[in-house]
Design a binder for this molecule. Structure first.
Ligand SMILES: NC(=O)c1ccc[n+]([C@@H]2O[C@H](COP(=O)([O-])OP(=O)(O)OC[C@H]3O[C@@H](n4cnc5c(N)ncnc54)[C@H](O)[C@@H]3O)[C@@H](O)[C@H]2O)c1
Length: 303
């Protein structure tokens, strides 16, 4: 069993949830984060080692992985619109930052390296997203995540580094207050008594997965021997943005007002994933319904 895990981006949304689950399961945790988007307060009171520094700094990254058994690489530029705004920053952090970390892990003989990817590399492929589709990205973010996946697989192919790529669907859950995710935006607006702003007609669909279910998949990947493999991690179900607003109205017991704006550049129309590979090989299944997950997320936002 892995004992010591370094989580890059551990002060972010997924990181804050993952670090808690790792500690619950008895792992020692070191977080590397520069607080570009993550929040110091998310790690308050946790028994972990916190290293403040930048993914781009070779010496910092080498120190962050020294003595670790496994690394979960979450730190990234995570927004599609921001990648359209500044594709070079997106590339430096998501491609060169990932390469920097892989090289440090190779030198330090790290046993497992789990990479946080998304469906963005698949871009204009028709859903359901699955592992056999050729990537056809339509956004700079999709291209930078695809390059990150490529380097992970290359470090396994060339040097035998124990990399596993997970493509996350749309996450929601506690500790997402700073994110631009649609569930977080909607719940913040409801808490502030503002209308929910829908980009386009609201018919676009997403596969919403509760963050704790995803974190369980990351733990299984850390403990598995399925190196050099790529997995879709999702629920396998499609929910339109309009349906999401209805579920949110039910869970929050609030009257929901909707406004409609322009569809965003690089936005994918329909998006959900097939998860049979993760079910079969990782023995993982999501267990939280959208209604339960939204209720837990709302409890966090309203506390
Ligand atoms: N949230 C989602 O729906 C989703 C979906 C698919 C994939 N992902 C991927 O999961 C990962 C985590 O996403 P998240 O939603 O938790 O995002 P987040 O922005 O909350 O977390 C990213 C963390 O990385 C840190 N960071 C950024 N730049 C850094 C740098 N140069 N050096 C060190 N730390 C740095 C930030 O401070 C933050 O704590 C990302 O790789 C993202 O692309 C997220």
């Amino acid at each position: 069993m892995m004992k010591k895990i370094c989580v890059t981006g551990g002060a972010g949304f997924i990181g804050a949830n993952l670090v808690r689950l790792l500690r619950q399961e008895g792992y020692a945790v070191r977080v590397l984060d520069n607080f570009a988007t993550g929040q110091r307060s998310y790690l308050d009171g946790l028994d972990i080692e916190l290293m403040e520094g930048d993914m781009m700094d070779e010496a910092v990254v080498a120190a962050a992985v020294a003595g670790m058994d496994g690394v979960v690489h979450l730190a990234a530029q995570t927004s599609v619109p921001d990648s359209v705004e500044d594709p070079f920053y997106d590339c430096r952090l998501n491609v060169l930052g990932t390469l920097n970390l892989l090289e440090a892990c190779r030198r330090a003989n790290i046993a497992r390296f789990v990479f946080a990817s998304s469906n963005a590399p698949l871009g204009r492929q028709r859903p359901p997203a699955h592992e056999e589709q050729a990537p056809l990205p339509i956004s700079p973010y999709g291209a930078s995540k695809l390059a990150g996946e490529g380097y992970c697989l290359a470090y396994h192919g060339t040097w035998g580094l124990g990399t596993i790529v997970l493509r996350f669907a749309n996450l929601y859950g506690p500790f997402s207050g700073h994110t631009k995710g649609v569930v977080a935006q909607f719940l913040k607006n409801i808490a502030a008594g503002r209308p929910l702003e829908i980009h386009g007609d609201g018919q676009q669909t997403r596969d919403f997965i509760y963050v704790v279910d995803l974190c369980r998949a990351i733990l299984l990947a850390l403990e598995s021997d399925l190196c050099g493999e790529l997995f879709q991690i999702a629920t396998g179900t499609e929910t339109s943005i309009l349906e999401l607003t209805e579920q949110i109205a039910e869970v929050t017991q609030q009257a929901v007002e909707r406004t409609y704006g322009e569809r965003r550049l690089g936005d994918i129309g329909q998006n959900y994933s097939a998860v049979s590979k993760a079910e079969k090989l990782l023995h993982w299944q999501p267990s939280t319904t959208l209604a339960d997950g939204l209720a837990q997320t709302w409890a966090w936002f309203s506390s």
